[in-house]
Design a protein around this ligand. Structure first.
Ligand SMILES: C[S@@+](CC[C@H](N)C(=O)[O-])C[C@H]1O[C@@H](n2cnc3c(N)ncnc32)[C@H](O)[C@@H]1O
Length: 642
């Protein structure tokens, strides 16, 4: 079968059968033609098909050439009019002859289609056709600080590129053909270069000095902000390794602490090989311990080997709905085999009319027989799931969200950790803001003293990044529940960082949020864990908190009952039982400064509202008002579904 027949079969098969255009072509083992050639022809012809449909119909090609199918006519006319080398068939081939003999007529109909679109030149028409695809994305290049510097790269790889001030100018260079770059304003060591420039053949790329990584995908490691004092850093879902190597680059610039390592987990053995290769190429193999084929969920957060894990980056599998290039193939418009030259006169009035032109009887019949519309969800790690209804889509998202929540809560259980980032390349709130809030409301987060890293606390670039969480996402959510000042919806929304692939900033769709816990009383009023990592209270042999007949636990540190004793103005101590600390503002019993931080005296003792000092504070449960949920155990949270 010729290139044209094989491509025609692909562009006319329902896109729901087999995923994206790329995966359908590259995954088709029966293809005789080179997949790259089939893909280029399918993509380019689809892009031009609205114009070519007009040309084929106006020239009445299908009426003259009965053996041509509508799909073949578009593919052949595309190559005849637009491909540098014309139709890729021998000159004597019947298909080629059947189209070439109408060349003059086709050419003049093509010119008319261009003029109808008010494009003075072919170049202008090409730009208009490209514009249908949306703004071209820049090439994002992260300079790997383990191997190079931005200055070094400007003098080598980017020599000859013109420096411009904004990403928008870089994107605009697609239509001028100029090679330009700009230094990113938010992420250090990141460069945006003209769309379409291929860096994979450069020495810098092959040596690991530069890494092709979308700007948004650089957010998590930058937001995690790993430091020497964090000890070991876990990358829980690592392959192919963009973020693992980014973590290494950041720590290299800051100086690794003695013995500090990056622990990279990857469940899929095959993908772990790609990770190993990337880590080696980036020059970070000495500081990275790869766990190939290891399921992060099976790790024991309290195991001695993880005692010094201070920060974790979580970038779990997701629906991948934010990835650029997925489902971006333009629709393939088929010409009508019965359209007459005169019946086309109405469609000549606008390109839109051509897009929406009446389908022929064959098309109508096919439509009537076609199965209900389906969507193929292709996870970011390549797994495909066919969903044929809105209900099925919601069910799939809920399953992903359950897995994402489970893995996030697992990370929050690492006893020495004080910082965790959670990210997806999904645009769905179910996988993003909702997972963050469900995590914040979990016993694990509450007993552990976790809260979101507020926008004002984030590294400068992300503090200034304008695209934040979706405020609608948390409205009418079943998980609304109770709240304290650390997880108010407005605070969560502002803390969440989003990237929108269609807003002209040249990034992929992405989401990230960070969780932190501070030393000292938490939002729930609890103290950080002590040396045993099992909280501040005396526990029995089964690990349950020991309480008196009133349900009041005893503090390990003092051996005294964990009550709040407050100094009243009169000097007499007053006892405050658990759950009595909340006030009408719902932000706990302590005085707070303008930034919402708890005000303390010189000894770190928090000040109660009204100016009194809170002494012997040790309540994990100030805001809980009951003895339930003390364990913060995952089993109690339940409902997980991987
Ligand atoms: C979104 S990709 C990670 C991309 C990677 N962080 C990067 O920036 O290059 C998710 C990865 O997590 C892996 N994964 C999923 N569940 C896992 C688990 N329980 N433990 C370890 N890896 C897991 C998948 O195999 C996949 O390679």
């Amino acid at each position: 079968m010729s290139l044209y027949h094989e491509t025609a079969a692909i562009v006319t098969s329902p896109s729901s059968h087999g995923g994206s255009l790329k995966s359908r072509i590259y995954g088709n083992k029966d293809l005789k033609s080179p997949p790259a050639q089939v893909y280029a022809l399918a993509f380019e012809s689809s892009k031009w098909s609205a114009v070519l449909k007009e040309v084929v119909e106006s020239s009445q090609l299908l009426q003259h050439e009965r053996k041509l199918t509508p799909a073949l006519s578009i593919l052949l006319v595309h190559d005849l009019l637009l491909a540098k080398k014309g139709i890729a068939l021998p000159a004597s081939h019947g298909l080629r002859i059947s189209v070439e003999k109408h060349k003059a007529r086709l050419q003049s109909e093509f010119t008319r289609a261009r003029i109808r679109r008010k494009c003075p030149t072919l170049e202008a028409l090409k730009a208009a056709v490209d514009a249908q695809l949306g703004p071209p994305h820049p090439r994002w290049i992260r300079v790997n600080s383990l191997k190079s510097t931005v200055d070094g790269q400007l003098d080598s790889t980017f020599k000859g590129f013109e420096m411009v001030a904004t990403v928008q100018e870089v994107m605009a260079s697609a239509s001028t053909g100029k090679k330009v770059i700009c230094l990113d304003a938010h992420i250090p060591n990141l460069i945006a270069a003209s769309p379409g420039v291929d860096f994979t053949k450069t020495e810098a790329y092959q040596a690991g000095a530069i890494i092709l990584q979308d700007k948004a995908s650089c957010f998590p490691a930058y937001l995690l902000d790993p430091r020497p004092e964090h000890g070991d850093i876990v990358d829980a879902c690592s392959a192919p390794g963009n973020k693992t190597t980014h973590l290494a680059g950041i720590l290299h610039e800051r100086g690794f602490a003695q013995g500090q390592r990056i622990l990279a987990f990857e469940k899929d053995k095959h993908r772990a090989k790609t990770l190993e290769k990337m880590v080696r190429t980036a020059g970070s193999e000495k500081v990275t311990v790869i766990h190939p084929g290891a399921d992060f969920l099976k790790t024991d957060p309290n195991a001695p080997e993880f005692r010094s894990v201070g920060a974790l980056l979580l970038d779990p599998s997701c629906s991948g709905s934010g990835i650029v290039g997925r489902d971006d193939t333009p629709e393939f418009h088929l010409p009508s085999a019965t359209a007459s030259s005169s019946s086309n006169s109405s469609s000549k009035s606008s390109s839109k009319a051509a897009l929406n032109g009446a389908a022929n009887a064959k098309n109508l019949k096919r439509k009537r027989q076609s199965p209900p519309p389906q969507t193929v969800l292709v996870d970011d790690d390549g797994k495909e799931t066919v969903v044929s209804s809105e209900k099925a889509l919601q069910a799939r998202l809920e399953a992903l969200a359950s897995f994402q929540l489970k893995i996030l809560l697992h990370a929050l259980a690492f006893s020495a950790a004080t910082r965790v980032t959670y990210s997806t390349c999904s645009t769905h709130a179910a996988e993003n803001e909702k997972v963050v809030r469900r995590a914040l409301r979990s016993p694990v987060a509450r007993s552990g003293g976790w809260r979101v890293l507020r926008r004002d606390e984030q590294p400068r670039g992300l503090r200034e990044w304008p695209v934040r969480g979706d405020p609608e996402a948390l409205l009418n959510d079943d998980d609304a529940g109770d709240r304290n000042d650390c997880d108010k919806d407005e605070v969560i929304t502002e803390a969440c960082v989003r990237a929108d692939r269609e807003d002209g900033r040249g990034v992929m769709g992405f989401f990230v949020a960070a969780f932190v816990r501070d030393k000292g009383p938490h939002c729930d009023g609890g103290e950080m864990d002590d040396g045993d990592n099992d909280g501040p209270y005396v526990r029995d042999a089964q690990g349950r908190i020991v309480r008196d007949e009133n349900g009041i636990p005893t503090l390990k540190a003092t051996g005294r009952k964990a009550v709040i004793e407050v100094e009243t103005n009169g000097g007499a101590a007053v006892e405050l039982r658990f759950g009595q600390g909340e006030d009408e503002n719902g932000d706990g019993p302590f005085e707070r400064d303008a930034e919402g931080r708890i005000v303390r005296d010189g000894n770190g003792i928090p000040r109660l509202k009204g100016g009194r000092l809170a002494v012997d504070l040790g309540s994990e449960e100030l805001n809980e008002g009951s003895s339930e949920g003390e364990g913060g155990d995952e089993d109690e949270w339940g409902g997980f579904d991987d």
